[in-house]
Design a protein around this ligand. Structure first.
Ligand SMILES: [Cu+2]
Length: 246
């Protein structure tokens, strides 16, 4: 019995050794996204039009157009490999992406979903939301979610660059979604950090997208098993800097 166990152990170790030594599947690109210059102050969202929404916040909620961390690192930036992804099948992961409408705000504010992967949309607010997705390639949907409709599921069947979601009841509610055919994407948290893993060696175009400050694209070449750092910096456009962002 003991020898069988140790045999299994040796086999497992050998499989792992071969797996780890296989070149080309472990390159990654990591980085930090930061805001340069003096950031605008985010306005407070006036939720008084719906007292149920207003009551969900002890402190007035701020617009999420620009979410910064210490050192002005930037959240809500969608980072993806825009070109260079090897043409393979990348099956969508099991399980769904959850988009909730909580405190009359979308969480997450920016997200990616795979082609064919369900999006579970939740309404825990006890008020009416009307979720309105505005894709150009996929099929638009516009669905009332009265307070008793706490959950529904939607699926996008085609790859599509970032497009908005809005609520037709609460004009301050918006979110952004991208539909991808591969797993090489990430959304930054307030620490501005992202990591895209599992890449083959190769040359890639990597895009960092922000809802106001636009996309930026950089070419990055990674060798097999290499981890490369690619940071991004966004600055407010001169004209927009004078006016506070929404
Ligand atoms: Cu709403």
């Amino acid at each position: 019995m003991k020898s069988q166990k140790s045999y299994r152990f040796v086999v497992a170790m050998a499989v792992m050794a071969v797996w780890c030594a296989t070149p080309g599947f472990a390159a990654s690109i990591t980085g930090t996204v930061a805001f340069e210059g003096t950031p605008p102050t985010m306005k407070t969202l006036d939720m008084n039009a719906d007292p149920i929404c207003a009551a969900k916040h002890t402190e007035p909620a701020k617009a999420e157009t620009l979410v910064l961390g210490p050192g002005n690192t930037m959240g809500n930036v969608f980072v993806q490999i825009k070109s260079g992804v090897p043409k393979k099948d990348y099956p969508a992961p099991e399980g769904e992406v959850t988009l909730t409408q909580e405190g009359c705000m979308y969480k997450p504010h920016v997200f990616g979903v795979r082609v064919g992967q369900p999006i579970k949309i939740l309404n825990p607010d006890g008020t009416l939301h009307n979720i309105h997705a505005l894709p150009k390639v996929n099929t638009e949907f516009n669905m009332a979610m009265p307070k008793f409709k706490t959950e529904m599921t939607k699926v996008f069947e085609k790859e599509e660059a970032v497009f908005p979601f809005k609520c037709d009841v609460h004009p301050w509610m918006n979110a952004y979604c991208a539909v991808l055919s591969h797993p090489f994407f990430a959304v930054t948290g307030p620490d501005g950090k992202f990591k895209i893993e599992g890449l083959d060696a190769g040359e890639y175009e990597i895009e960092a997208w922000h809802e106001r400050l636009g996309p930026q694209t950089v070419k990055v070449t990674v060798a097999a098993d290499e981890t490369k750092t690619q940071d991004f910096k966004f600055a407010a456009p001169a004209a927009a800097a004078a006016a506070p962002a929404k």
